[in-house]
Ligand binder design. Sequence first.
Ligand code: F6R
Length: 235
Amino acid sequence: MRMIKVKTYEEMSLLAGNIIGAQILLKPDCVLGLATGSSPIGTYKVLVENCEKGILNFSKVKTVNLDEYCGLPGDNVNSYRYFMNDNLFDHVNIDKVNTHVPGGVADDMDAEAKAYEALIDSMGGIDLQLLGIGHNGHIGFNEPTTHFPKEVHTVQLTESTINANSRLFERREDVPTQAITMGIGTIMKAERVLLIAGADKTEIVMKAMYGEITPEVPASILQLHKDVTVILVEE
Ligand code: F6R
């Protein structure tokens, strides 16, 4: 594991954007695993700028997102599909057909989960997975629990995650209580992992990267991954 400590959110974003950019330059038809939330917004800005400058070409890039809220269609402003279009896909020359976010409104969520896992496998797996981390150590929507969930699945969100995410909704009761997410096994299958975390995450990042490996801190499993880079804004 490589731990890179930086001083500001902007530095974190520049580094993360450059690492993802390098992945695209090295393998123009790579599969990127992407995340939503506050952490990657700056990273996506860097990617958009580098695409506008002609440094990056997204025409062959494929993407798979980590997760989506259950019950929110892609045109809902709070859905992760909307977030991705708004922050990245609408501003780079990616073919939207090659962008994938789990379906939050499928009739059969278990079938949707199975299909999403199979889709990732059929794409040849993820070359680089970008992750944020929750204050409770969650990655994707894999919340602290008694085991490491293997594959894409639906989850009940914890109170702490609902509270944290309610900042983006008009009313707390509008926050969905369930989500569909890549499993820990899905994330661990990625060739490389890039985790980005702001200064408010210092304590949980340290616990996850240097503490006990336990499903009570889902991100702690990353200690066993062969190629993880963590970029942390120092407190
Ligand atoms: C988002 C995701 C979540 C976030 C985490 C941190 O797709 O999977 O695990 O990465 O909740 O969120 P922020 O970056 O908003 O602090």
